[in-house]
Structures are given as structure tokens and as C-alpha cells.
Design a binder for this molecule. Structure first.
Ligand code: ATP
Ligand code: MG
Length: 416
């Protein structure tokens, strides 16, 4: 027997209620904030991701599904959503539209990871990107949008972590201070971190190894080395968050490892945190579009994992409104009634009333049991007598009350 590939899953009908609910909340919040949807292909040229996500990241070094196709093209299944959006922005000349351009996506993401709860090889993300403006009010807007999105889902006990990692001007100065500090602590570091000192020093700060964490906690903080522009930007962002009454915690160990990530970095986590707990990661990437061949174009965005949101909805026991189901079950007894039932179901559906017709030659009792299991509100029962008189029996499944009504009046009686 075949099974789903490791780290992937089928989303069965009973799970769909969560997915449809979240999709609807995503569409609602994006409409409220003026973000338009964009969909990109599930795969891209590998170079797009090595260039944008960057060598030296877990994604590029370990997690990409890369292959050459039958035409010899190097292809990678989308391991994150920002690079494809930036590619599309450049490819379709979106810089010619009024700036900033505000986009969102809901997309499958592929990463070769060690599967565990909240960590899969295919997962789904809701992400948004604001491209073409560096105003700190947009940083606040994007954070507010993620925050209000969780509120609209009734998720509680979340914490917003915030940091600023500076820009091309001020970061080199900070990195040299950071390297000097780490050079004094090499003995305490894990093997990965020993390599990071030269390759990707910012990433030293988010190492998960306990001994490295102690070193990281006492490390110099990027916020103390910001240039005046970055400092003002960060102060204004914090001001806006206070204005919007969004509580945040400064976390100087929150980073993005690559040069084109700038200034604002944020995450939202459940308060009882664990390794797979981060719901949202986001931040500025003012130098990425230029890296991909465009003019200097500031941008900010976030991405959140849908599966982790669902895990938290379940953990917090949050009621999700059920999906609409057919209202009517059509039972039929006797030889002449089947055609009548099929025709009636089709007519009701055309009138917008969801209907399910019994199949086979089950007894009325079995058919009503089926209607009950399906959770319909009404059963319509057609017998040979009824066919002759153009009537049906209408049974309210909640009260078990039954009455005879003319078939022509059914749609009017059944509509919600
Ligand atoms: P982590 O540190 O947990 O690996 P990340 O930094 O790789 O996260 P991002 O690239 O910022 O995560 O992705 C945005 C969000 O997507 C994460 O906050 C998380 O909610 C979700 N996510 C990331 N990787 C996975 C995965 N393998 N399975 C399920 N959800 C994921
Ligand atoms: Mg990861």
C-alpha cells in the first residue's frame, strides 16, 4: 500500500473546516488592509532562491527540493514565498504602479526538513509583502495586520518579539563588534557556530544550543549600533505599535541571516513557546529587489504557517463554524419514484438548495438513518401515491414532524 510521502499529509474532509475558515479570514483581513492576492508557480529557477534566500541559510544549504527537469533546467520547488513575489514585481513592471504595492499569497511551501509536529516537508503559508516604500508606518501596518489576523481567529496568549538589525551603513560596524565578542568565546560554541563566526555572524545569535544561547544572551545588541536613520526608523515603528496598543518584547537575538534583510525583524509566538512554535516571521528586506536586478526598492513582509495556526486553534479549543452542508435528503420508496427523486434533487439544486438523493433499494428506515447521519435538516419522502398526486412528505429531521406538501411548493418551504 502506498502512503503519503514523509512529512506531507492529506487534508481530509473533516479537517477542511479549519482551512476554509482560515482562507476566509485571510481574504477578509487582506481586503480590509488593501492587499491584493498574487499566485506564483509552485516551482522556479533554482537561481532565484539561491540568490534571494542566500547561500549560508538552512533553506538553501539543506532544505530545497531541487532537480533538473527533462529539458535540463535547474528547478526548485518553492521553499518560501517572498522571492517569487519579488520576481513577479520585477518581471511585470509592478514598480510602474503607484507605490507601495501590497500583495498577499496563500501557497504551498516545500522544505526538506526532519518532520515533527508543526514541521513538515510540504506546508502552507499565508504571506504578505509591501514593496516600494520604507515608511515605518508600513512596518507597523504589517505587524498590526498579523496581530489582528490572530485576533480575528480568536487566538490568544501570543507574544510579539521585535528587533532591528540595521542597514548596509551601520551593520558592518555592529558585525565587527559581534565577531570580536564571539572570538573571546569560541570554546563555548557548538561546531556550527564556530563556522558562523566568519560565514554568517548574525546567525550566531539565534543558535538553539544551550551553551551558545548563554553566549548569545550576553552578546552586544544590534539596536545599540544603529545609525541615526535606522534608530529613528525603529523608534517611529515602536511609537506606532504603542499607538495601536500592540504589546511587544524587544528581543536582541531575533535576526535574519542575510545582507538584504534590513532594520525591522519580528516574530509572533504562542506564549508557551517550543521549538516549532513560531507562527509568523517577518521583516524588512530593503536591499533584496536590487539584489535581484531591480532599482533600490525597500520592502517588508511576513509569512505564517497555516498548519501551526491550526495546531494552536485546536490547542486553544477554538470553535470553528461548521461548513455549509446540503439541507435536504430525498428518500424514495417504490419502483416509480426513483426518476422523480432524481429530477426533484436536480430542480432543488438549481434553486440553490443543497440536496442528496438516496441510492439503491434501501428501506425507508435505512434511508432516514442515512439522512440523520448526513445531518440534513429535512428529508423529502416520495412514494408512489405521492407521485400520482404531485405531492411529497416533508420531514423535519430535528422535530420528526412530517406533513404532505405539493411538490411545486417545496423550494419555497426549504429555502433558508
Ligand atoms: P523555523 O525556525 O521554525 O524553522 P523558519 O524561520 O524557517 O521557521 P520562515 O521561513 O520564517 O520560518 O517561515 C514562516 C513561517 O512558516 C514560520 O513561522 C512557520 O509558522 C511556518 N513554517 C516554516 N517552516 C515550516 C515547516 N517546515 N512546516 C510547517 N510550518 C513551517
Ligand atoms: Mg526553518
Amino acid at each position: 500500500m502506498y502512503q503519503v510521502p514523509r512529512g506531507t499529509s492529506d487534508i481530509l474532509p473533516e479537517e477542511q473546516v479549519y482551512w476554509r475558515h482560515i482562507e476566509q479570514k485571510v481574504a477578509n483581513i487582506c481586503q480590509l488592509y488593501g492587499y491584493e492576492r498574487i499566485d506564483s508557480p509552485a516551482f522556479e529557477d533554482t537561481g532565484l532562491f539561491t540568490r534571494s534566500v542566500g547561500e549560508g541559510t538552512d533553506i538553501v544549504e539543506k532544505e530545497m527540493y531541487t532537480f533538473s527537469d527533462k529539458g535540463g533546467n535547474q528547478i526548485t520547488l518553492r521553499p518560501e514565498g517572498t522571492a517569487p513575489v519579488c520576481r513577479a514585481y520585477l518581471e511585470h513592471g509592478l514598480h510602474n504602479r503607484p507605490q507601495p504595492v501590497k500583495l498577499y499569497y496563500l501557497a504551498s511551501i516545500f522544505r526538506y526538513e526532519r518532520p515533527q509536529a508543526g514541521r513538515y516537508r510540504q506546508h502552507y503559508q499565508f504571506g504578505c509583502e509591501v514593496i516600494g516604500d520604507d515608511d515605518p508606518s508600513l512596518d507597523a501596518e504589517v505587524i498590526d495586520m498579523a496581530w489582528q489576523f490572530f485576533r480575528s481567529l480568536n487566538l490568544r496568549h501570543l507574544s510579539l518579539q521585535l528587533n532591528s538589525i540595521g542597514c548596509k551603513q551601520c551593520r558592518p560596524g555592529y558585525l565587527s563588534v559581534l565577531k570580536d565578542y564571539y572570538a573571546k568565546h569560541t570554546k563555548e560554541l557548538c561546531p556550527d557556530c564556530k563556522v558562523r563566526i566568519d560565514r554568517n555572524p548574525l546567525r550566531l545569535l539565534d543558535c538553539k544550543q544551550p551553551s551558545c544561547q548563554q553566549v548569545a544572551n550576553a552578546a552586544p545588541r544590534s539596536v545599540d549600533y544603529l545609525c541615526p536613520e535606522c534608530k529613528t526608523h525603529f523608534n517611529r515603528l515602536k511609537g506606532y505599535l504603542k499607538l495601536l496598543e500592540i504589546p511587544f518584547t524587544l528581543n536582541h537575538r531575533l535576526v535574519r541571516g542575510l545582507d538584504y534583510y534590513t532594520r525591522t525583524v519580528f516574530e509572533i509566538q504562542p506564549e508557551a513557546a517550543g521549538a516549532q512554535s513560531t507562527l509568523v516571521g517577518g521583516g524588512r528586506y530593503d536591499d533584496l529587489i536590487e539584489e535581484l536586478g531591480g532599482k533600490p526598492t525597500p520592502a517588508i513582509g511576513f509569512a505564517m504557517g497555516i498548519e501551526r495556526i491550526i495546531l494552536n486553534l485546536k490547542k486553544q479549543d477554538i470553535h470553528i463554524p461548521p461548513l455549509a452542508r446540503p439541507r435536504v435528503f430525498i428518500a424514495h420508496i417504490g419502483a416509480e419514484t426513483r426518476d422523480e427523486a432524481i429530477k426533484l434533487a436536480s430542480g432543488l439544486r438549481q434553486a440553490g438548495i443543497g440536496s442528496i438523493v438516496a441510492t439503491g433499494n434501501k428501506s425507508l428506515k435505512a434511508q432516514l438513518r442515512q439522512a440523520n447521519n448526513l445531518g440534513v435538516r429535512y428529508a423529502v419522502i416520495i412514494g408512489e401515491e405521492e407521485v400520482k398526486k404531485s405531492t411529497v412528505s416533508l420531514r423535519d429531521m430535528t422535530t420528526a414532524q412530517q406533513k404532505t406538501v405539493p411538490t411545486s411548493e417545496l423550494p419555497g418551504l426549504l429555502i433558508e
